[in-house]
Design a protein around this ligand. Structure first.
Ligand code: HEC
Length: 137
């Protein structure tokens, strides 16, 4: 009986996670919730997200900022500064696949922030960035 209940619960959980896949907004609220634990009252800001995106960080000469690869126009294709490979637009409006997988988003935030900013981005910076890219770009 107990085993049966556990099975049913697991099935429900599995189907719930398929139905509630990641979206820009679920990822945004997750990062915003993390950020407000450190800074109560935190509100994501597209303006701060834009500053993060265009700021010349002075860490890497080849990759001074995020826009170096992603293009200043979020709805346009970018081009990788080293490999010359095309990068699909970052804005979900132009590319519905953006910000639909927390695994992918975490992987690229980690890699790109480390290269460009010289450290990992904070939850607050990630929330600001998604706010900018999906609601304010
Ligand atoms: C050296 C080139 C380069 C730079 C500079 C760069 N990126 Fe990226 N970024 C990529 C590539 C390549 C991908 C993965 C390919 C793709 O998703 O189209 C990617 C993907 C991403 C994604 C995944 C989005 C999704 O859901 O698909 C995020 C978020 C991201 N970058 C944020 C940033 C931020 C923030 C910065 C600046 C701190 C930055 N990137 C700078 C090359 C770059």
């Amino acid at each position: 009986m107990v085993a049966q209940k556990i099975c049913i619960t697991l099935l429900l959980l599995a189907s719930a996670s398929t139905v509630f896949a990641d979206t820009p907004d679920t990822l945004l609220s997750g990062y915003a919730a993390d950020a407000s634990r450190a800074a109560p009252g935190f509100q994501p800001s597209a303006q701060r997200g834009q500053a993060l995106f265009t700021k010349e960080w002075g860490v890497s000469q080849k990759m001074p900022n995020c826009a170096a690869c992603h293009s200043k126009n979020l709805k346009a294709e970018g081009k990788h500064v080293i490999t010359d490979k095309r990068i699909a637009p970052l804005a979900p409006e132009a590319n519905p696949e953006r910000f639909t997988s927390s695994t992918k988003v975490e992987k690229w935030f980690k890699r790109n922030c480390t290269e460009v900013v010289g450290r990992e981005c904070t939850a607050a910076e990630k929330a600001d960035f998604i706010q900018f890219v999906s609601h304010g770009g």
